[in-house]
Design a protein around this ligand. Structure first.
Ligand code: FAD
Length: 311
């Protein structure tokens, strides 16, 4: 059995594994895809002290750093269930899709999240070529250009306000007849001179010239008319879904958005189970934050372990 078992091999999981291994305790990492969202990222310019890197390069570095230590890395392993110990302080069980199960004194959940796609022609083709999901990450790439934000909930309206300060013009596209963001955000958005808000609009296609995005088409749902906006970027903001479906039947408390509830130490509602990164209720889903939280969860797990009664 492990003393620390990390589920997920993104920035949070990698940081947790390194911190655990450096305590000299038996550490394992099971990940469906080591590297996580970082593998799908092109330019990364906000990982402090590294001015510019690329996702696949950072993902390789994460894996190399973890493998510097005596960590049992189990890649391509999907967790499907978490079972609480039979007695307090006992072994926690993680069930894998392949039928096997892993046992550990502590478990760190870091299964991350995924952006919801609009699923229109052009979205997949132009991902990282004008189609973006993270305004904090990619906003500056569109300095002085025209962009659209798809989604009028809090994240979409926040993104539009944020981007309006950087880009030339923002078109906010909302499917519903009204925005769903908090009133204070809507007021702020409405006050900005370089933002156009379009409601009752269904995005139908993201256009490009083969190399990069050059437009977006939507259907006006009230009048059934087609429109095209010329622009250079599209930010899809229709939800970040935590990868926590596999925890629904466990005793780990999830928020109404499915995020793992953690306290300031990274503890979940289940003793011995900690969590970090995009899968949790911690706000602002970023690499540097996920890594810090992973380190924190790992140190909390160590604190828990040294307080367990000797067998
Ligand atoms: P993830 O990176 O999502 O990793 C989750 C891990 O868990 C993966 O290994 C996954 O395979 C695994 N997993 C999931 N479910 C299971 C399961 N059931 N069993 C086992 N393993 C499982 N952030 C920045 O700071 N700067 C940027 O420039 C930036 N650009 C981005 C661009 C894109 C296109 C995207 C999608 C995200 C970007 N982000 C950026 C956000 C950043 O990638 C995330 O905040 C960060 O990766 C979160 O780390 P994490 O470890 O919590 O989760």
């Amino acid at each position: 059995a492990f003393e620390v078992l990390v589920i997920g091999g993104g920035p949070a999981g990698a940081a947790a594994a390194v911190y655990a291994a450096r305590k000299g305790i038996r550490t394992g990492v099971a990940a469906e895809r080591f590297g996580g969202q970082v593998l799908d990222t092109m330019a990364i310019e906000n990982f402090i002290s590294v001015q510019h890197t690329e996702g696949p390069k950072l993902a390789t570095a994460l894996e190399q750093h973890v493998k510097q230590y005596d960590v049992d890395v189990m890649n391509l392993q999907k967790a499907v269930g978490l079972v609480a110990p039979k007695t307090p302080g006992g072994l926690i069980e993680v069930k894998l899709e392949n039928g096997a199960s892993l046992k550990s004194r502590t478990v760190i959940l870091s299964t991350g999240a995924r952006w919801r796609n609009v699923n229109v022609p052009g979205e997949a083709e132009y991902k990282n070529k004008g189609v973006a999901y993270c305004p904090h990450c990619d906003g500056p790439l569109f300095k002085g250009k025209r962009v659209a934000v798809i989604g009028g909930g809090n994240s979409g309206v926040e993104a539009a306000i944020d981007l309006a300060g950087i880009v030339a013009h923002v078109t906010l596209i909302e499917y519903d007849s009204q925005l769903r963001a908090d009133a204070v955000l809507q007021r702020k958005l409405a006050s900005l001179p370089n933002v156009t808000i379009v409601t009752s609009a269904m995005t139908t296609e993201i256009h490009g010239d083969g190399a990069k995005v050059n437009g977006l088409s939507y259907k006006d749902r009230n009048h059934d008319t087609a429109h095209r906006v010329d622009l250079e970027g599209v930010f899809v903001q229709i939800g970040l879904v935590p990868n926590t479906e596999w925890l629904k039947d466990s005793n780990v408390a999830l928020s109404n958005r499915g995020e793992i509830e953690v306290d300031y130490r990274g503890e979940t509602s289940m003793p011995g189970v900690f969590a970090a990164g995009d899968a949790t209720t911690t706000p602002y889903k970023q690499i540097i934050i996920a890594m810090g939280e992973g380190a924190k969860a790992s140190l909390s797990a160590f604190d828990y372990l040294i307080r367990l009664p000797a067998e």
